[in-house]
Design a protein around this ligand. Structure first.
Ligand SMILES: *Cc1c(COP(=O)(O)O)cnc(C)c1O
Length: 217
């Protein structure tokens, strides 16, 4: 796999869903990947990346930002409240807002910093104990709470259970977004991004299919 072939598959998937490929943002998930693989994708011209740890991203991206213009990085992993400031200074977008305490902290810091990354609310569509995200039944209330805090909520994000049909979860996420007037949908990974695009994904998060298997630390 490579960046080019994933881009082509996005174009094909968008077309067959009657959508514009330009309405789908490819987030290249670079977590745990060696710097030379990330640099290769930057050299191919790609600028939008995803990381799931604040610490790892803050070690990696300031250097790349010196070498390349226009880099945009998205936090797609869980965010601890005590790392919120660092995350807001580093990331252009945070996909994992999932609880009132974090939402309130982000709102306070946004005032202080005079800016706020784009935000997505993570929904635990599979209601899995080990997974982050607000439960589907609590989503409408939490979305309203975030809007009341004036947070720039762009949409919703989910990570379907590994052993279930992803499309059911993508459809549920799309339904919750639509009834709350949200247009952003961060859904779809290496194994299922085409299904996600068919169901309206605006942001797909693709790692191993671009960079190769992740090398364990
Ligand atoms: C790692 C990760 C991805 C990318 O997974 P691949 O299967 O390598 O495409 C997408 N989203 C989240 C939240 C991740 O943690």
């Amino acid at each position: 796999m490579s960046l080019k072939s994933i881009e082509e598959r996005i174009v094909t998937a968008a077309k067959s869903a009657g959508r514009e490929a330009s309405d789908v943002t490819l987030i290249a998930v670079s977590k745990v990947q060696p710097d030379e693989r990330v640099r290769a994708v930057l050299n191919e011209g790609h600028r939008t990346f995803g990381e799931n740890r604040v610490q790892e991203a803050s070690a990696k991206w300031p250097g790349f930002r010196q070498d390349f213009d226009g880099i945009e990085i998205h936090l797609i992993g869980p965010l601890q409240t005590n790392k919120a400031r660092q995350a807001m200074e580093l990331f252009d977008s945070i996909h994992t807002v999932d609880r009132p305490k974090l939402a309130k902290t982000i709102a306070r810091l946004a005032q202080e910093l005079g800016r706020c990354p784009d935000l997505f609310i993570q929904v635990n569509t599979g209601e899995e104990d080990q997974k982050a995200g607000v439960l589907p039944a609590d989503a409408d209330g939490f979305i309203s709470e975030c809007k009341a805090l004036d947070l720039p909520v762009q949409g919703l994000m989910c990570i379907p259970p590994v052993d279930e049909e992803a499309s059911l979860h993508f459809a549920l996420l799309a339904k919750i977004a639509a009834r709350n007037g949200l247009t952003g949908l961060s859904m779809g990974m290496s194994s299922d991004f085409e299904k996600a695009i068919a169901l309206g994904a605006t942001h797909v998060r693709v790692g191993s299919a671009i960079f190769g298997e992740r090398v364990a630390h």
